[in-house]
Write a protein that binds this ligand. Sequence first.
Ligand SMILES: Cc1ncc(COP(=O)(O)O)c(C=O)c1O
Length: 438
Amino acid sequence: MCALGQDLATTTETPPAENPWPSTTLFREDGDATTAGVSLVEIARLYGTPAYVVDEADVRRRCREYADALPEGTVAYAAKAFLCRAMAGWVREEGLSLDVCSGGELAIARSVGFPAERIIFHGNAKTPRELHDAVEGGVGRLVIDNLAEVHRVAALVPEGRRQKILIRVVPDTGDAVPSQKFGLSIATGEAGVAVARVLAQPELELVGLHCHLGSQIDSARPYEEAVRALAEQLALIRDAHGVVLPELDLGGGQAIAYLDSERGLDPRSFAAALTAALEERCAGLGLPVPRLIVEPGRSISGPAGMTLYRVIAVKRGGGRVFVAVDGGMSDNPRPSLYGARYTVKMVGRRSREAARPATVVGHHCETGDVLAEDVPLPADVRPGDLLAVAATGAYHHSMASTYNATGRLPVIAVSARRARLVVRREEPDDLFLREVGL
Ligand SMILES: Cc1ncc(COP(=O)(O)O)c(C=O)c1O
């Protein structure tokens, strides 16, 4: 069994962290690396591999960076990127709001006493139970994403209360795809119908519009265009209905670096550009400036995490090197889903061999089970070596499966030279628990 709250501090630290790694990661001369002062080799020894490691201080720093960048706005961390009870607690303590998109995420938030008024619930097909739990739980904002929801939500609101509503729209800016399953189209008039219907329901209080442009957006420009388009919609709503909506939610999608060559979208310049575009457009439309809401997910938890794997086998032949590890597509489906690319480093041993391109593959019974294609690894990489994969703090734990009846990975939080287990490894017994008959 893994030890809890281990003090795994090491001392000799050398060069600064590279771009895709948690900001406290240091690669040492002897081949080991530390995050938050904790040796990755020791983490692997104590907790086993494969394992997710998350740098709590880095998560908190990124939360504060966003909050400082938007002092007049609301930053709602997008739970879908990574949520466990510890993470929900960090987000709560840092004063952020939380964007959830399922009953499960809502339940995790509620289990740690996350203030309901700071929760935004969205989703394109919320079930009756999810709507019930969200309204009953008193979530601060419910994002309407289809016309049928308007009456369903209104019917759930207890007497004497009003539910605050955002309407998710598809802004006609070229970056949001109108044929996607999310949102109500401004172009077809569906969004306008939703606005009129919500305004007609006394149980509902329409507070603003919501949109989400996509993923890995590395420039503020699409957000500037979207915020202008949404401000124009606010002006049209004012003209048609005589109401001035006080909020605009621009969703998430801010890019992070997965490779040394990539750069993420800096929260400060993103927020400054967005605010300036909004203020300018509102001035032109004679509108008071609405409160901005943003929902960063990946850019808060992604770079703060990494995955540790143990090399099981190495195959060389036909000019290629396959390095097979003890995890794979069940803990990281992104390469097979999206062709995602990663930075991989061998840690724990110093090699004098030159780096050669290698393909890191998983242990699943699937040819497409590739974790990283053509990454430089020492030519003598061998079974028993430890590999660290950077920027796996978002859309890894939350997208993990139990394919091949493989238990999901533990999450080890590191902070101030200490490591602690916040999610334990899933064992075969956990999988059996769901089976209720033979
Ligand atoms: C509505 C909404 N908000 C926020 C996010 C978070 O996006 P990201 O993790 O790319 O910041 C998503 C992701 O798809 C989303 O759909």
